[in-house]
Design a protein around this ligand. Structure first.
Ligand SMILES: Nc1ncnc2c1ncn2[C@@H]1O[C@H](COP(=O)(O)OP(=O)(O)OP(=O)(O)O)[C@@H](O)[C@H]1O
Length: 298
């Protein structure tokens, strides 16, 4: 439904996006992450037809995002990173304006969303907090039940309760077959709702993978009695990820028998398991430019 092929846009300052390939199918949520200035919003703006690429194509449901921008913009639910509001409007005025621009109305669903987000539509936009403005943007993006949603940092400014309501909403739309591309800096949110993940850095996609396929390592942190025990473990066939102050971090790789065998040779004072979080995995990519860090002996 969302398809980007070899998309390249070079700004005069040398920044931009290069050879970006992405596709999001019906009923799929793709998390789009990367450091500040990596090119997430630029990619999403091409999908909305706001920018003409130097090379490559972006299509949504078969429509060319630049050449058929008006049709794309009517169809898609778009939440920009920063929403531009007109002066003097309240929330309801803005939602009405968006409905009129699209020419599609679903008042029952719009009211349901207003209720779910506990949003006071009468508040003038100039008096709204950042979170309230974000709620207006979310309702505007979802209220026509689009087949495609492009969400640029959607939970920015939302409190944890509202973040939960938002994620439930994303899961509901995914269930009904919506294709969703969502940029985010929040790893727990990606873990919870996304099927696919793309990491962009310096304008280039460095990882594109189903979230399930990302290898999340598991570790055993063992506190041993003394340096002699530490040395014994270092000399063993176990994969030692780190050693610090008598705490040895061992990578678990379905080698439980070996682990128990080797631990029986040392005096264990304390032991706990630890799962690598999605966040740890990403930080490695962010810092290493696509090269995963290997061992670190602290
Ligand atoms: N119109 C423009 N003219 C020149 N440079 C631009 C323009 N738009 C974006 N850039 C630059 O392109 C790069 C990518 O910006 P973009 O806004 O896409 O990043 P991002 O990944 O969305 O970042 P963030 O997480 O901070 O929102 C940045 O270096 C930005 O300064």
């Amino acid at each position: 439904m969302i398809s980007i092929s070899n998309l390249t846009k070079k700004f005069q300052n040398g920044k931009g996006i290069y050879n970006v390939d992405l596709s999001v199918e019906k009923g799929e949520v793709m998390g789009f992450i990367g450091p500040n200035g990596a090119g997430k919003s630029t990619t999403i703006r091409h999908l909305m037809g706001f920018m003409k690429s130097d090379e490559g194509t972006a299509t949504i449901q078969g429509l060319d995002c630049f050449k058929q921008a008006a049709d794309v913009q009517k169809m898609v639910g778009y939440l920009p990173g920063e929403i531009a509001f007109f002066d003097g409007m309240n929330g309801l005025d803005f939602l009405n304006l968006m409905g009129n621009m699209r020419g599609t109305y679903n008042d029952d669903y719009r009211n349901e969303l207003i209720h779910r987000f506990q949003f006071d539509v009468k508040t003038p936009i100039r008096k709204m907090s950042k979170g309230m403005k974000q709620k207006v943007g979310i309702i505007a993006a979802f209220m026509h039940r689009p087949n495609v949603l492009l969400l640029d940092e959607p939970t920015s400014g939302l409190d944890p309760l509202m973040q939960n309501i938002f994620m439930d909403l994303v899961l509901e739309h995914k269930q009904r077959g919506t294709a969703i591309l969502m940029s985010s800096h929040i790893f727990s949110e990606i873990d919870r709702v996304c099927d696919q993940l793309a990491i962009i850095k310096d304008g280039r996609i460095i990882v594109s993978s189903p979230v399930d396929a990302l290898e999340k390592k598991q570790f055993l942190k063992v506190t041993v009695k003394d340096e002699v025990d530490v040395e014994k473990l270092k000399q063993s066939p176990l994969v030692i990820e780190a050693c610090k102050n008598g705490v040895v971090t061992i990578r678990i790789e379905d080698n439980y028998s070996t682990i128990f065998q080797e631990l029986s040779r040392v005096q264990v004072l304390h032991m706990e398991t630890y799962h690598e979080k999605l966040e740890d995995l990403f930080i490695n990519y962010y810092e290493a430019g696509g090269q995963k860090h290997e061992y670190s002996t602290l």
